[in-house]
Design a protein around this ligand. Structure first.
Ligand code: F6R
Length: 369
């Protein structure tokens, strides 16, 4: 039931605040992480020295996003690998490797095979999953469910923000068990996470109509590029994937630092480029670098659409469109910056008259390898 929305995707994007809130609910108390599903597993988390995150598509971008927080908080090296690539090489894994799988459906065959393979190799496995009782969690040592609610639209939206949230909780749990973060730091991180749902709601209230309107003007665009740095990089990839999937427009995401190593050759007058701008308060240096990337593409005629925090005026001289997100710590920005990109993909596909819930050639759950 679409509950009055024009599509399941529209409904599910509107549920992004609850997806985060419900995934957090009941998993902390007084600044301490308390994940009932992970009780009794302290030895497992104390005994690991490496984390490999395996997933496909959007779920893999949630993994790429969480890698930054995971490493920062736990000081354990984290790799992120597409499940189908991981499975078919000869990865170095063993009892001190933790393989974290991420899957909305819990049925993705590529991811399931990667988890089985990891277990056979002696690794420990935790699965992040949105579907109770699905196959992948059954194959894992532990499960942290995302509580995004059922996701019907083929393109994953609310599950993505819930996956990042669950991965952050897992990372905080691991750092709590290992004592790699102070109690204060953990309490602060939880507070930041708890503030996210209201901030996403703010974006939906203030920016949705504006984004849908200019997405409509762009219905004839043939290609869109997305740039981001640090945690903004996987968000650029996610923005591009969503656009490809439901609007059938060629889209690519790049790490902003890669521009001069190749992609800048693509820039010609009128080329739309989304740029995820990191907060100048959180990292003045990274902000400056991204603004200078913007200047470089603007000088070559790009049509620049920035996603930037409220009050960041440095981007104004070079932006054709500015999409505002509320202030948040650097690691939390992706949970906000992705929202305008989800709205944009949906707005553009709708303007093209496409069925946003059922894009051609795709299935919600990919149960073949
Ligand atoms: C993108 C999308 C896909 C899925 C991928 C993994 O919008 O929906 O890329 O994210 O097929 O699916 P799950 O999470 O069910 O394993």
């Amino acid at each position: 039931d679409k509950g009055g929305w024009s599509s399941f995707m529209a409904k599910e994007v509107s549920e992004e605040p609850e997806a985060v809130a419900n995934t957090l609910r009941g998993r902390s108390h007084d600044g301490v992480v308390t994940i009932p599903e992970l009780e009794g597993l302290d030895d497992l988390f104390a005994g690991i020295n490496r984390v490999i995150i395996v997933a496909c598509g959007t779920a893999s971008y949630a993994g790429m996003t969480a890698k930054y927080a995971f490493e920062q908080w736990t000081r354990i090296p984290v790799e992120v690998e597409l499940a189908h690539e991981f499975r078919y090489r000869d990865p170095v894994i063993g009892p001190s490797t933790l393989v974290v799988s991420i899957s909305q459906s819990g049925e993705t065959m590529d991811t399931l095979m990667a988890v089985k393979f990891a277990r056979e190799g002696g690794a420990k496995t935790v699965s992040i999953c949105n579907t109770q009782g699905a196959t992948i969690p059954r194959e894992s040592d532990a499960i942290v469910y995302t509580h995004a609610g059922p996701e019907v639209a083929v393109a994953s939206t609310k599950a993505f923000v819930a996956q990042i949230t669950a991965l952050y909780l897992l990372a905080l749990h691991v750092s709590q068990v290992r004592g790699s973060q102070s109690k204060l730091a953990i309490a602060d991180a939880l507070r930041e996470l708890e503030a996210i749902p209201a901030k996403i709601s703010q974006i939906l209230e203030r920016e949705q109509a504006h984004i849908e309107q200019f997405a409509g003007w762009m219905a004839d665009t043939r290609s869109v590029l997305f740039l981001g740095r640090h945690v903004g990089y996987p968000i650029a990839l996610e923005g591009a994937l969503k656009l490809k999937e439901i609007s059938y427009i060629h889209a690519e995401g790049f790490a902003a630092g890669e521009l001069k190593h190749g992609p800048i050759a693509l820039i010609e007058p009128g080329q739309p480029v989304f740029v995820i701008v990191p907060s100048p308060r959180e990292s003045a240096e990274m902000h400056k670098k991204v603004v200078s990337s913007i200047q470089e593409i603007r000088a070559r005629g790009a049509r620049v659409i920035v996603v930037a925090e409220e009050g960041d005026a440095a981007v104004l001289p070079y932006a054709d469109e500015v999409l505002r997100i509320p202030l948040a710590g650097r690691l939390y920005e992706p949970l906000l910056a992705v929202v305008p990109l989800h709205i944009f993909a949906m707005g553009l596909a709708t303007a093209k008259g496409l069925d946003v819930d059922q894009p051609r050639n795709l299935a919600k759950s990919v149960t073949v390898e």
